[in-house]
Design a protein around this ligand. Sequence first.
Ligand code: SAH
Length: 215
Amino acid sequence: MNTNKQTVNRSAHVLAQKLYEEGINQQAVLDAIASIPRHDFVDSILTHKAYENTALPIGLGQTISQPYIVAKMTQILIEQGVTDRVLEIGTGSGYQSAVLAKVFSEVYSVERIKSLQWQAKRRLQSLDLYNVAMKHGDGWLGWKSKAPFNGIIVTAAASEVPTELLYQLSDNGILVAPIGAGEQNLVMFKRQGDNFIQQALEVVRFVPLVPGDLA
Ligand code: SAH
């Protein structure tokens, strides 16, 4: 595939159009998808699949999420009034971080695999996205020193509700996470004081949020 700038723009625009047809209607999200070269976030042998609406392997048993779900999770935060201070758990390729960086003013992202975190950091730098802070760490613990966050998205499936993350939300903050070990549900939590209002949104499929040690 010819990946000169025009071709990339066209492919990314076509992808954004597809997502619009699937219910993504926040212009900021569509603009972000249309402007980010997703092929930069996958291995060059997968370039020809980079603008398909599918998850793809990024090595070490991990995946770059399906564009629809990246867009959907971002859209949920916007719909709930989040504008800044967003934490992502599971940086992976950095693609979701890049989308968040285009939409929200301050983004934080935690990844447990050092080599993925490092590559993601370089990708964002090469796209001149400097409003994302990244950390190598265990996402179950969030990023306490930077809390509170107005929005948190978890991009790996948590076997149980990640309580620590709930308490890193600001009041009225929103957490969106796939929850479940077998079948996973995308669940939204809204903080109201020390109460959390929970709503299951749709069935999803993510790689697991690994407990404990760093790799
Ligand atoms: N948002 C990513 C999706 C990556 S897949 C993207 O757009 O490409 C999920 C990622 O979560 C993987 O990179 C995996 O290493 C990471 N992960 C799994 N368990 C984790 C944990 N406990 N803490 C931080 N990251 C974790």
